[in-house]
Ligand binder design. Structure first.
Ligand code: NAD
Ligand code: MG
Length: 293
């Protein structure tokens, strides 16, 4: 990933084989296997001695962030759903292989108390916290307003929006000047697909929250930013998107393919690092060329 080359052919292009999973999904059931940087991400010491809590860290983008942060010199606390324990343990082993500390934090973040517990255990296990990556998310698809159900929206908002407030409130007393909070929005928050209204409105909310909280917290020297990915090859896709869309997944982007999770990690590294000292309240598009604004 450090050799100059044609990005259009650097990673697999559609068509992808048809495949479906039930949520939250397993990276080992995906074909082709996603690249989270396990054998590719090197790291240049951008996060020396930092202490990061990452949600959704077992798979997909969060897994790639955890691997990258450890290789950039950070200790990492990993939040994930209890049924993802095996995947989370793999990430912990990769983090520990770098000589860094990994803290495993299973739990459902739709429950307020879980958010408080996750932060307290991260602080105890890492000896503090100075990077908070709020990345966990769910993405039900609903094709028609006639199929709208209150419980679907409750679930999306509880999983994708409430933890922004709960985790940040719990972390706030521990955050010192130089700390960074990073959210995962989506191109869906700016250019919504018709069958993702519940998800898209939550992702727009994440970008909006990022702007609001960045203005609150910069007074304390804490930066808040976000990343808006385009299509990324993660378990979220076979878990929530029907096969006809999986086969052509990513084809609609100017680059002509989906991202691999490892391609998202550098944006999260940059936003966490002191190199981004003047970047505040921004949501960076990593969309393969699809215009976001
Ligand atoms: P993923 O399934 O690998 O990661 C999502 C993670 O969220 C899961 O692993 C799970 O640990 C966590 N999670 C979900 N519900 C939870 C809950 N109630 N409590 C605790 N944890 C919970 O998929 P991903 O694509 O890496 O998703 C990461 C983020 O990226 C999500 O916010 C998603 O919306 C966003 N995103 C993904 C894409 C894409 O195409 N894959 C595009 C744009 C944005
Ligand atoms: Mg997962």
């Amino acid at each position: 990933m450090y050799t100059a080359q044609d990005p259009t052919t650097q990673y697999p292009r559609p068509p992808f084989p048809p495949q479906q999973q039930s949520g939250p999904g397993d990276i080992h059931q995906m074909d082709p296997a996603p690249d989270h940087g396990e054998t590719t991400y090197i790291g240049l010491g951008r996060l020396p001695g930092r202490k990061a809590l990452i949600t959704g860290a077992d798979s997909g983008i969060g897994r790639a962030i955890a691997i990258a942060y450890a290789r950039e010199g950070a200790d990492v606390a990993l939040s994930y759903l209890p049924e993802e324990q095996a995947q989370a343990e793999e990430v912990a082993a990769l983090v520990e292989k770098e000589g860094r500390t990994a803290v495993l934090l299973p739990g459902d973040l739709q429950v307020e108390q879980t958010n408080i517990d996750v932060v307290e255990k991260a602080v105890a296990g890492l000896g503090g916290i100075d990077i908070l990556v709020i990345n966990a998310g769910t993405m039900p698809t609903v094709d028609s307003i006639d199929d709208f159900e209150t419980k679907t929206l409750d679930h999306v908002v509880k999983a994708n929006i409430y933890p922004l407030f709960w985790l940040t409130k719990a972390a706030s007393p521990h955050l010192q000047p130089g700390a960074a909070i990073i959210t995962t929005s989506s191109i869906q928050g700016f250019q919504p697909s018709p069958s993702l209204a519940e998800y898209a409105v939550s992702k727009a909310g994440i970008a909006n929250w990022t702007r609001a909280l960045s203005q609150q917290l910069i007074e304390r020297g804490i930066r808040v930013n976000g990343v808006a990915p385009g299509p990324v090859w993660t378990p979220l896709q076979p878990a929530f998107v029907p096969n006809e869309k999986i086969e052509q997944f990513g084809a609609q982007t100017p680059i002509g393919r989906a991202a691999q999770p490892v391609e998202l990690a550098p944006a999260f590294v940059f936003l966490a690092s002191q190199e981004a000292s003047y970047v505040i309240g921004e949501t960076i598009a990593v969309t393969g060329g699809s215009p976001m604004h």
